[in-house]
Design a protein. Structure first.
Length: 364
């Protein structure tokens, strides 16, 4: 199996345009046509991870965190990043990162954390905007079914948990084919009126090229009349963090103890316990202090994340309990998520989870 088959699958499910501007998700090193013998999945790429890949005959490492975030000016082995890349190049090991595009997906990092905690009725804590477009197209009524099927099959009309969504209005279209036209309906230089439908769809940004191509191929007209309009609509299945509820209220200290056990935390730094029980939980894998206002606005009882600075704990302001469980601890199940999905979609392929703990933080 070629590397590009794996990357196409991952990028279809977790599109690269979902990543944050600072990020570097995607193929870091390697030829897309590389024949992959085995995949090693890890949270981080370290020298020990590369040696594990070599020992287990894996020539592709898929990691959550990119090994390269910015340009490298020289390779002289002075940093662990340079040494990792040199070792990968020497051993023809490809590197692929799937970072904030996985964070910003409804079935990504935070979904896995929520599942581990037993949360129900989960939704994105801070949905993203500028991802959705409105597409309007005009078509003769007798061609509606063919065009609609072609467009919805490639992603037009997907809104949240619903598909094949459109709005249709009836009207009269008018045109006059000029001398160089090849009209599907009518004659040259003769004004023509046609009973048409105006179809309106919501289309996600990364699906727009496929939808427009399908529209052009399925439409009977030589010149298709259509409009593409950006929207400010929030995408309810794309964005940062997650909010969910426990089936029943749980004693706050008991729940924190359960979190510590599930995530294997060396410790949990938390603000003052405000109430005896909790039920609504907000969370964000990795550094998530930027979502604290959203967690408070959502009336969450507890916010689980990591990398809070000292002064940021004060921002809880007796309105919520912050629980900082550690960066590695909060994201460790990302590898498990990726392994499950790759194994399900490529059942005859060797996928290995690293046996190493790459957490650089230790606790006494």
């Amino acid at each position: 199996m070629q590397l590009q088959e794996i990357s196409r699958y991952l990028e279809a499910k977790y599109p690269l345009h979902l990543q944050e501007s600072y990020d570097n998700s995607g193929l870091i090193y390697g030829n897309p046509e590389l024949e992959v013998k085995g995949v090693l999945i890890a949270l981080d790429v370290t020298e020990a991870i590369v040696e594990e890949a070599i020992a287990s005959n894996c020539n592709l490492i898929i990691a959550h965190h990119p090994i390269v975030f910015k340009g490298i000016k020289r390779f002289n082995g002075q940093s662990f990043v340079e040494r990792v890349l040199e070792r990968c190049i020497q051993n023809s090991i490809a590197l692929y990162a799937i970072h904030t595009n996985l964070d910003n997906h409804i079935e990504g990092v935070n979904w896995k954390i929520a599942a581990k905690l037993g949360l129900k009725e989960c939704r994105i804590l801070r949905p993203m905007n500028q991802l959705l477009y409105k597409l309007e197209v005009y078509v003769p009524k007798e061609n509606f079914e063919v065009l609609n099927q072609a467009m919805t099959e490639v992603g037009a009309g997907q809104i949240g948990n619903y598909k094949d969504c459109y709005f249709r209005t009836s009207g009269t279209g008018a045109f006059t084919p000029t001398a160089n036209a090849q009209p599907h309906i009518g004659k040259l230089e003769v004004s023509q009126e046609v009973q048409e439908y105006k179809l309106e769809y919501v289309v996600e940004r990364h699906q727009l090229p496929k939808v427009l191509s399908a529209m052009q191929n399925a439409h009977p007209y030589e010149e298709v009349a259509y409009h593409v309009l950006p929207t400010q609509n929030m995408h309810q299945n794309r964005g940062a963090g997650m909010l969910g509820t426990l089936a029943e209220p749980v004693e706050t200290k008991l729940f924190l103890a359960q979190v510590k056990e599930i995530f294997g935390c060396g410790c949990i730094k938390h603000t003052a316990i405000l109430q005896e029980t909790i039920q609504t939980v907000a969370l964000c894998g990795g550094a998530g202090s930027f979502l604290l206002p959203d967690a408070i606005s959502a009336k969450a009882d507890l916010y689980i994340s990591s990398d809070f600075k000292y002064h940021e704990f004060f921002d809880a302001d007796q309105r919520i309990v912050i629980a900082d469980i550690g960066h590695y601890e909060s994201e460790q199940f990302t590898s498990e998520l990726l392994a499950e999905q790759l194994t399900e979609n490529f059942p005859n392929f060797a996928v290995r989870l690293t046996k190493l703990n790459t957490n650089p933080v230790n606790y006494l």
